[in-house]
Design a protein around this ligand. Sequence first.
Ligand SMILES: NC(=O)c1ccc[n+]([C@@H]2O[C@H](COP(=O)([O-])OP(=O)(O)OC[C@H]3O[C@@H](n4cnc5c(N)ncnc54)[C@H](O)[C@@H]3O)[C@@H](O)[C@H]2O)c1
Length: 469
Amino acid sequence: MEESRDVSRRDVVMMAGAATAAAAINKFAAAPGVQTVHAANDVVNYAVIGTGGRGSYLIRHFNSLDGGRCIAVCDIDDEALKNGVQTSKDKPQGYKDYREVLARQDIDAVVVSVPLYMHFPVTRDALEAGKHVFCEKSLVFTPEEVHALRAMVQARPKQVLQTGLQRRYSRFYRTAKQMVDKGMIGEITHIRAQWHRKNLGKTWRPPSWRVYRKYSGGLTAELASHQIDIASWMFGAEPEFVVGVGGIDTYKDGRDTYDNIQLIYSYPRGRKLMYSSISTNNHLSLFHGERNEFGEIIMGTGGTIHITVGSDNEPALGMWFYEPQPEEPKAAEAAKEKPAIAGATLASTGKGRRGWPILFDEDMVTGKESFLAKEMKFARMWLYQKGVMVPEEINPVDTQLLDFFDCVRTGKHPVADLEIGLADSTSVILSNLAMDEGRRVYTKEIETLGRGATTPESKPEPGTGVRRT
Ligand SMILES: NC(=O)c1ccc[n+]([C@@H]2O[C@H](COP(=O)([O-])OP(=O)(O)OC[C@H]3O[C@@H](n4cnc5c(N)ncnc54)[C@H](O)[C@@H]3O)[C@@H](O)[C@H]2O)c1
């Protein structure tokens, strides 16, 4: 018989007590400010360079945010440029050459949303022109660029460099990270992540830059980069090495980036990220199959978290599952009448366990609220657990953009900073290398790659970041 998903009010009370321990501090909080920047006053004047899919999406989000004014947009493509100008509520001036944008003294900051192979040249020129930069993920493309960007940003401590890894700004992911750090799911040993996008061939097909190695890191850079970053964040470490297999097995249309990738990352103490991106099926075996494409499972010795990010149309979702300890069956047996936490009694039956929604501070019962407020919280938690309602956050894309304005204005250090972006790019570059060369590629190899220490035969092909054998 299938496990009943019903939950009593009493269960909710038990769960609330446990969850409060995790979520005591889950408000979005960035690192404290450390420097004073010569920059915008109240309103940040910014330009968007690259107004294709992502650039125009960001402009639409900017339109509803206070704190910035879009005074220029730039794209080499007429249609994209026209669209960028029309999309912004600020009536920006349009440019085809980004260097003209950078020459404007009244621009404080630029948003770089060009194809991956152009991230570094535009970011480099923007930093040299004294601008603050928000650059989309994956931050850079080649090993040379990893080293060059680090040197540039370190030499310019008053300029902001933020990477477009929006999950870092999600309250759900930040709460999950706190749960991990507080030991609520024990020691995390494995993470499974997937981004399965069906019909990839319709949206990413020649002549799109995304399907050519000369311009793109393929699925690894475009999709996996977000989730490798999540694993490294949750593990609190960078991978030691990566192995993987990639293939062009479905879309034989002239592309030279893989249409499916399977990667395993080994982190210190034997912890692993198992990663999959395929293009023939988009099923996601989380959240009762109600969502598709992408999500992560964080597995610890004491529990599991299922999590996925939200979009403009769907909320983020986060569930956690308690994992009874081996010595617990007796206790669980004894607790049959009085379970200490929902799910504990099920351990002795071998059945699956109930998942609990990840909750925010405002949903927690503190005991200090009025009777009515408390009852409403219980009701909301009950509805969350039943999947009738979900806790919601503002789209982390908005949060990251607002935080970028804040960093520019105050000199605060960004959450998704240079090193987070470079570590992520390094993993992307080395993952592609591991699949191309069919070997373990160690993260420390980045230290010699791109420093002129490679042999002519193993030198990266210009602009690809990938060595050919
Ligand atoms: N953070 C996220 O979730 C997310 C989502 C989608 C895309 N992205 C990233 O955003 C970047 C752009 O992706 P996209 O989907 O918008 O691609 P796109 O092809 O739709 O748009 C890129 C635009 O850049 C323009 N461009 C190219 N070279 C240029 C140059 N020298 N100067 C000015 N404009 C130039 C192109 O004409 C095009 O309009 C990629 O790095 C991608 O990985 C991030």
